[in-house]
Design a protein around this ligand. Structure first.
Ligand code: GDP
Length: 313
């Protein structure tokens, strides 16, 4: 069967995807994940969003943090701190093993897509998980006074300050899609834009060479789910990043970024008054409770989103 293809960031996307794999057959799902957050820490290649999606779909994510592995220890990071290393990126011991494996395999000459596939199989995850690109695509955040930091430095080290002036996706723009990405989009029966950070999670995926065009050219219905509920993000710095690039912090603001790309937009019931303004952008809308407070809420939302997509068929 033609796949359900999802564009995904980290926590919001992973919560939604655990519903998609319950509402549809997991073998029919292909997830294209942002690698703009990837960075080397402690000598290993960390792919934060890819790992969040993998661990969540494996049922092994640390559900309190939303990332990392449930019950992981921090002996290595604590030992590194004692040796004088900066350890603001708190990688757990077994999480480090994932990144170490990725690094060893990259050094052996394997591609990031093949390695990502090895890891998801080792975790028993059935949906295919594709990095958006195998090329380095670091997202940089530009702050007041001309300071320029990698996205993980902005988020994890600096605590996501409010003085964002611009977001630099030029590396993603210069990158090629990973093997399988354009083929998956061409074959899709539906394309879902997960409730993820539109600027630093979905933005980089759409910036990768040929991806936006492949989504736009798709004959499949393309549906986005709002990451904004009652005018604010559920978690994370989407509000600061949206404001920083001059976009209103609202469902309508997010929809304006997806204009010309998505055919349908799922707005939270608490923002249903914005539906007419979003429809004026050339999208169909539906409203529902999009807060995924538990796995059942994710499954119900995923089912409603797939029904909505089918109605746009
Ligand atoms: P990150 O890279 O880990 O921050 O992950 P994402 O980019 O996937 O997710 C961040 C976005 O997910 C934020 O803007 C949140 O508002 C959104 N999000 C998280 N949980 C939920 C939820 O339960 N419902 C909705 N609608 N959005 C959510």
């Amino acid at each position: 069967m033609a796949p359900i293809v999802a564009l995904a960031g980290g926590v919001g996307a992973a919560r939604f995807l655990r519903g998609v794999v319950r509402a549809a057959s997991p073998d029919d799902v292909v997830v294209i994940v942002n690698t703009g957050d990837d960075r080397e820490f402690y000598g290993v290649h960390v792919s934060p969003d890819v790992d969040i999606v993998t661990y969540t779909l494996a049922g092994r994510v640390d559900s309190e943090r939303g990332y990392g592995l449930d019950g992981d220890g921090f002996a290595v990071i604590d030992a590194l701190a004692a040796l004088g290393h900066e350890t603001w990126f708190r990688l757990g011991d077994r999480d480090l093993a994932t990144a170490l494996h990725r690094t060893i395999r990259l050094r052996e000459g394997a591609g990031l897509a093949a390695i990502t596939d090895e890891i998801r199989r080792a975790f028993g995850v059935r949906p295919r998980i594709l990095p958006m690109s195998e090329d380095p695509c670091p997202t940089f955040v530009e702050l007041e006074g001309g300071r320029r930091v990698h996205f993980e430095e902005y988020l994890a080290r600096d605590g996501a300050p409010d003085d964002v002036r611009a977001v630099d996706l030029s590396a993603a723009r210069a990158a090629c899609p990973a093997p399988g990405v354009l083929d998956a989009l061409a074959a899709a029966r539906v394309v879902l834009v997960c409730p993820s950070n539109p600027i630093v999670s979905i933005g980089p995926i759409l910036a990768v060479g040929g991806v936006r065009d492949a989504v736009t050219a798709s004959h499949a219905p393309v549906v986005a789910i709002s990451p904004i509920i009652a005018g604010a993000p559920v978690k994370g710095p989407a509000d600061r990043l949206l404001r920083g690039v001059g976009i209103e912090v609202s469902a309508r603001g997010v929809a304006s970024l997806y204009r010309g790309v998505v055919r349908g937009f799922v707005v939270d019931s608490r923002d249903a008054d914005q539906a007419p303004a979003i429809e004026a952008l050339g999208m169909r809308t539906t409203s529902t409770d999009t807060w995924m407070r538990d796995p059942d809420a994710s499954t119900r939302l995923a089912g409603e989103v797939l029904d909505f997509a089918a109605s746009l068929g």
